[in-house]
Design a protein around this ligand. Sequence first.
Ligand code: SF4
Ligand code: SF4
Length: 417
Amino acid sequence: MTTLAKNPAPDFPLAEADLCVKCGLCLPHCPTYLDSRNEAESPRGRIALMQGLATGFLAATPKLEQHLDNCLSCRACEAVCPAKVPYGVLIDASRAQMAALHPARIRWLAPLSFLLSHRVTRHIIGGLLQVYQRSGLQMLVRRSGALGRGRFARLESLLPKLAGSRSDRKLSAFKSSTDNAADMVQLFVGCVSDIAEREAVDDAARLFAACGFDLKIPNAQTCCGALDQHGGRPQNARALAARNVAAFNGDAPIVSMASGCGASLLDYTRLLDSADARRFAQRVRDPARVLLARAGRLQLKPLRARVAIHTPCTQQNVFRDAQATRELLAHIPEISLIELESPSRCCGAAGLQFVTHPQQADRLLQPKLDAAQSLQPDFIVSANIGCTLHLIAGLRCSGLTVPVLHPLTLMARQLMA
Ligand code: SF4
Ligand code: SF4
């Protein structure tokens, strides 16, 4: 389709939107289209809306914004598109355009981004949440329903049981003794993982050390910028990306605890036009893929358990390496691996969508909960913290007690020493 660009939005990539030939091959892969059967909730429909908005042929009405906001940014459409439409770039640009037109729609994003992108504020939040849980206040709040049914209550319902602070002493004790630069790996922790998945960071350190890697956690790292990038604040996302590119100097592979953050790091070339950003993005790997190269060194105890793998969209559609987790876990003797849902679709967590769009998120999660009910796995593994929190909350509401772990945690638990 040729777009008549009467008054194009300056930062919207119309030429890339015009790559869409409206073939519709992406529709059967789009979770929101499958959920609604509404063309405006499909990739093809949304691209047409974005083109209309960017050229000024369509106004930014609440209805149009709702169709674009409902998009999960799961990029399942991008992964199957024969015309290679960079859908992720388009939806981010449209959200930036909507934010510029109506700044009030994202007024909550700046304080949230500030709190999560500073280690001090993250640790204060983590400490306060632990007090909230351990004092019994959480139990009282949940039983009384004092928070009502709004977004705050939803956010609280997603809070998992938090582990204690990560200990630097403990991490250095797990460090491999090698000085060989070829053995070095740099870990991107991620802001939500830093609060809600601290044990998994320790587990990753043990696992990399057991494989003879020297795992470094650069101190100057910050949030990956996904919140800002997908929320319509590209300038802030660019600033965070530049800080991370500077923090992760060297040539070592960069691995991320959360596949969602890892996907954002991979996309830094879309944010920064520099040789450093290109080199950085080339170093980003799935941690399971890096560990697989040396998994033969691991001494692992058998695990007689059924483990259901949840594949996050970012592993499937951005890293395009859904097999890495399965191949790594297959090194555990006697383990039985199954897919939680096949074909794997977005669970609805989708960044902050499980808070901002709770009904859609819960509908998209339901097939995963049904699968957990029928498969009765002993564990579910998920390499993305957002999916993990959404799954834990959904399982709890359904009365199911399956533990949801990071795959590196499950693997580290089986280390012999
Ligand atoms: S996004 Fe790609 S697959 Fe979907 S309609 Fe356009 S060209 Fe076809
Ligand atoms: S990113 Fe996901 S939800 Fe959005 S249009 Fe593409 S397939 Fe649908």
